[in-house]
Design a protein around this ligand. Structure first.
Ligand code: GLU
Length: 390
């Protein structure tokens, strides 16, 4: 047992993500007894002065059971309609159940753009923070009625991680039918070992969750590890635990099997948290070894160290920075539009004015607009405290 595992009451603000299967039974609909027990656990945390936010799945599953739609994949417009029907019932159930514990619930429905565009992100954050200030428990889901295939989270694991970083939570609890991380899928590999603490999400840990294109994605282990990268990178611990027992939070407290992911050692500024957690970088810059070393020691990225520009982005868009091994090492806000960046790639900063016809910035990505994202590198660079620098 390491210090990664702490009693839940030691945390200040907890985001709890609840998977559809815990809340909704295909045949009988909403699992009211389970929900009431969950709300009692939430009330116990609230009574200790802990802020609680819930990211609740189940809209599509519930709508589907109300509509009695056949098993199998739904068409986009079917799942949008199912979500519309399910979400209203889901929110009502949460509101009613929490009210028996004397707690007021507030519904927040987010789309991808609400967390990816900085202005909308700040707006959503302000509303959620206000709800918490008023003592309410935000019940959050993706707005599946308008989310399209291309523009959606699709899984609530990453959405919950984004909510955790957005609100400065110090713990994210992912409750589903999986009790934690194994070295291999336990139903396929009898030698799979359970991991109870994960100090860092290394490439080896990522490999255990299956590749990016794995079947396990969408609510599987892959999206949980992605959630872990977003959360722990912003200084928020994460637990993966089974939500199957009634009172799953009490079960964690009482030592039920669960995997704990340690937060990265040094909190980054709120702005850098937003940059690092962007899901869709608009492009990338491949850098040379010298630039990679410079970035690790906290320097800005100069055009001279860039080897190649990919994608089409405008100044201010988030872009990925790719190291010599082909892996992303950092993310930052572009100092130049993509076509300008291409023109000054590999050139000295002093040459920029002559090439572009105006004196631009010396840096392709300034250090203040950059966050190291590769495992093990973050600690070298981010020494600032979170100053909520909105
Ligand atoms: N937002 C979806 C719903 O409420 C769930 C997504 C997920 O299962 O992660 O039905």
């Amino acid at each position: 047992m390491t210090k990664t595992r702490k009693p839940l009451e030691k945390y200040r603000r907890i985001v709890i993500k609840i998977g559809s299967a815990l809340l909704v039974d295909r045949k009988t609909g909403l699992k009211t007894t389970w929900l009431n027990a969950m709300c009692a656990d939430i009330a116990a945390l609230r009574a200790k002065g802990i802020d609680v936010l819930v990211v609740s799945s189940g809209a599509i599953a519930l709508g589907r059971s109300v509509l009695d739609l056949p098993a199998g994949a739904l068409k986009l417009e079917e799942s949008q309609a199912a979500a519309a029907i399910g979400q209203i019932a889901l929110a009502r159930a949460w509101s009613e159940s929490l009210s028996t514990d004397g707690i007021v619930a507030g519904q927040i429905l987010l789309t991808l753009g609400d967390t990816e565009e900085r202005r909308r992100y700040l707006n959503a954050r302000a509303t959620i923070n206000q709800l918490l200030k008023l003592g309410a428990v935000p019940i959050i889901n993706e707005n599946d009625t308008v989310a399209t295939t291309e523009i959606r989270y699709g899984d609530n694991d990453r959405l919950a991680a984004r909510v955790a970083t957005m609100t400065g939570a110090d713990l994210l609890v992912l409750l589903s039918d999986i009790d934690g991380l194994y070295t291999a899928p336990p139903h396929l590999d009898p030698d799979a070992r359970f991991l109870d603490t994960i100090a860092e999400i290394t490439p080896a840990i990522e490999a255990m969750a299956g590749g990016a294109a794995s079947e396990l994605s969408r609510g599987g282990m892959r999206t949980k590890i992605d959630a872990g990268k977003i959360a722990t990178g912003a200084g928020c611990a994460m637990i993966i635990a089974s939500g199957k027992p009634d009172h799953p939070l009490s079960a964690i407290e009482n030592g039920a099997r669960s995997s704990w992911f340690a937060p990265s050692g040094s909190p980054v500024t709120a702005r850098k948290t937003w940059i690092a957690g962007q899901l869709l970088p608009a492009g990338s810059l491949a850098v040379d070894a010298g630039a990679e070393t410079a970035l690790r020691s906290g320097k800005s990225l100069l055009p001279a160290g860039v080897r190649h520009v990919t994608g089409s982005f405008s100044r201010g868009d988030t872009i990925a920075i790719i190291g010599t091994e082909g892996r992303e090492i950092a993310r930052g806000l572009a100092g130049y539009d993509a076509d300008e960046a291409r023109q000054i790639t590999g050139r000295k900063s002093a040459e920029i004015a002559a090439i572009l016809g105006y004196a631009g910035r010396a840096a392709m990505v300034h250090r203040d607009d950059m966050v190291m994202t590769a495992t093990g590198l973050r600690r070298d660079m981010d020494t600032e405290r979170d100053t909520a620098d909105a």
